[in-house]
Design a protein around this ligand. Sequence first.
Ligand code: ADP
Ligand code: MG
Length: 223
Amino acid sequence: MFIETKNLLKVYGVGENEVVALNKVNIKVESGDFISIMGPSGSGKSTLLHLLSGLDMPTSGSVFYDGEDIYNTSDKELSRFRREKIGFVFQKFNLIPVLTARENIIMPLLLDKKEPDEIYLKQITDLLGISERLSHLQSELSGGQQQRVAIARALISKPDIIFADEPTGNLDSKSGSEVMELLCSIWRDMGKTLIIITHDNRIAKMAKRQFVIVDGVLSEVTV
Ligand code: ADP
Ligand code: MG
């Protein structure tokens, strides 16, 4: 597995309102990478993650996954890429409040009319420490538990790569640390590729490769 971008450009708005959110970004992500991306608010971090994960369209430039241009295919192929190859963890969890934890976790499979692999489901919910919470609604879970449910949902399709956009941004420092520990073990023990956006220097330093983005320009920090 590898992801590679070529001169990725994203411009929002026109004329006076034009914002260059990403300015010719070139990055190669290898299988087993653990990448952190830091940058000020509005610098293009979320835009980059959305483009790498097939959630948005570039203005120009390309995103290659295993050599295939993910934006140069049909909508059907692109949504299949999103469902099968990537998992996404959001700052605000994005759980569906009327569903239980279990229903939230398996939702991506249901959308695909697939049955969950119960052994794998048990394995990931045990790892994440939420096996006893599966019948609970979002309102009955702590912030840290909600994010752990969201991580299980990101893993349920057995993707190669997990993207996380400020996954600890809505958590207190203790549950934030727990969530980071879990993401690290998903990288280390499950062998997933991990790309994480963070404002926290300590979290950034856990990564194997560190990047910064300023005004849409991405650069790798050599450590
Ligand atoms: P970050 O995640 O680093 O805070 P974003 O990637 O969300 O930054 O945004 C980068 C820039 O693009 C910002 O100036 C933001 O206002 C702008 N932007 C993001 N999304 C949109 C949108 N849908 N429409 C217009 N401008 C946007
Ligand atoms: Mg953002």
